[in-house]
Design a protein around this ligand. Structure first.
Ligand code: URA
Length: 439
């Protein structure tokens, strides 16, 4: 087989066979195909799409591009969660230790920032020393030790996704249903979780802009998971405005720590509790945590009494991170330039465009322009308003954290354009739109 023929077939809109997909993924994973051919393949898929059968075959080829982790000897029933990517989405940092505080073992492989959406690994690396590059043996040992591990894809697990993910980020091929579904589900299948909660974002700050397209993505991922013998739940959540207040790596870590201390922005705390309730429900396997209200009370208790924060610290320490930074977030990377921005007109907030806020943070240096770019962990924004808020001119709108005056100025401009006002009341946005189950 020749890569150029597979690319040409997809370029011309024809469905690829399982053999062609398997061959392409295996050859690229081995390093036999250059990045430029993989990029052309990704763009062809982006423009031409894939059938359901091709998407399933691509997912399985990527899942089997490395080892499939079997955690059953250390975790009888492992739960995991994954977000399809959004702006200000630091949910994993709170939900993992929170669920682990309830005695549920959680082993998660996360990714780096993609497009304008942030990445959990980049955020965790704001904590000095935190090691996201675990080998399979270290990954297993960490779960055995603390019941909680949060790391990057090991080179052994779904390596095809690891390679594709970095290419997609810089070739404008991120917002594509078959590529997102195969990326997320190949990792989840390879990482060995039995129960998986997917947080599928919908809106202008998500890769799926409408609730309908997010539901389509959620359904195919749920189906792929069920076919692979996993219990699946997918929540469809809003991503028209940023989640919480902070956008940017270290800033988001601080907000996650505040939430683990029982505080944090109301929308973010609520979002975390909702996702965690679903993780507990799966972990309970019909025998425990079937009552949503009781599960929620337990989770609130562990947020308020510091148990979730302790688990987070255990995880940080276990992976080599500096726990002093968790105790004192002022030790996390700090930006040199801090500028307050005010509300420009009295009225009601009609829009806080999450995509523009995500791009603004990325342009400050929080995201990558090219594969392998270094990011600035300290920069980002805090945006204090939500759609539907009644505001008065001169009240605090946002704070910009920058390390470069020119970038700060263009961030201010983009931020100003991202916020729109209405003289009449505006309905607040819902946090969630729907839930899909498959088990
Ligand atoms: N998260 C992933 O792991 N992959 C995607 O493509 C998007 C979000």
């Amino acid at each position: 087989m020749r890569a150029v023929d597979v690319i040409a077939k997809k370029r011309d809109g024809l469905p690829l066979t399982k053999a062609e997909i398997d061959w392409f993924i295996a050859a690229y994973t081995r390093g036999d195909l250059p990045d430029y051919q993989a990029s052309a393949f990704l763009m062809a898929v982006f423009l031409r799409g894939m059938t359901r059968e091709e998407t399933v075959n691509l997912t399985l080829a990527m899942a089997h591009s490395g080892d499939i982790l079997d955690l059953s000897d250390i975790i009888p029933y492992a739960v995991d969660k994954h977000s399809s990517g959004g702006v200000g989405d630091k949910t994993t940092l709170v939900v993992l230790p929170l669920v682990a505080a309830c005695g549920v073992r959680v082993a998660k492989m996360s990714g780096r920032g993609l497009g304008f959406s942030g990445g959990t690994l980049d955020k965790m690396e704001a904590i000095a020393g935190y090691n996201v590059n675990l080998t399979e043996t270290e990954f297993r040992a960490a779960v055995g030790r603390t019941g909680l591990v949060l790391a990057g894809q090991t080179r052994e697990l779904a390596p095809a996704d690891g390679k594709f993910y970095a290419l997609r980020d810089v070739t404008a091929t991120v917002p594509c249903l078959p590529l997102i579904a195969s990326s997320i589900m190949s990792k989840k299948i390879a990482a060995g979780a039995n129960g998986i909660v997917l947080d599928v974002k919908a809106g202008r700050g998500a890769f799926m802009n409408t609730v309908e397209s997010a539901r389509e993505l959620a359904q195919i991922m749920v189906d792929i998971g069920v076919d692979a013998g996993r219990d699946m739940t997918a929540v469809i959540s809003d991503m028209n405005q940023p989640l919480g207040v902070a956008v940017g790596n270290a800033l988001e870590v601080v907000e996650a720590i505040e939430t683990l201390r029982g505080g944090g922005p109301a929308d973010f705390r609520e979002h975390c509790l909702h996702v965690a309730v679903h993780m507990l429900r799966l972990a309970g396997q019909g025998a425990k945590w079937t009552d949503t209200d009781e599960a929620r009370k337990l989770l609130e208790h562990y947020l308020n009494n510091g148990a979730a924060l302790s688990k987070f610290k255990e995880m940080v320490a276990g992976q080599g991170g500096d726990v002093a930074m968790v105790d004192n977030p002022a030790l996390l990377p700090q930006a040199a330039l801090v500028e307050e921005v005010s509300v420009v007109q009295s009225g009601h907030i009609a829009q806080v465009a999450a995509d523009q806020i995500g791009i603004a943070a990325s342009e400050l240096g929080a995201g990558r322009e090219k594969k392998g770019d270094l990011i600035d962990l300290a920069v980002g924004l805090k945006v204090y308003v939500k759609v539907g808020d009644r505001v008065t001119a001169g009240a605090p709108l946002a704070t910009i954290y920058a390390n470069d005056a020119a970038k700060l100025a263009s961030c201010r401009e983009r931020l100003t354009g991202a916020i729109t006002y209405s003289p009449t009341p505006v309905e607040p946005l819902p946090l969630f739109y729907d839930t899909l189950y498959g088990n």
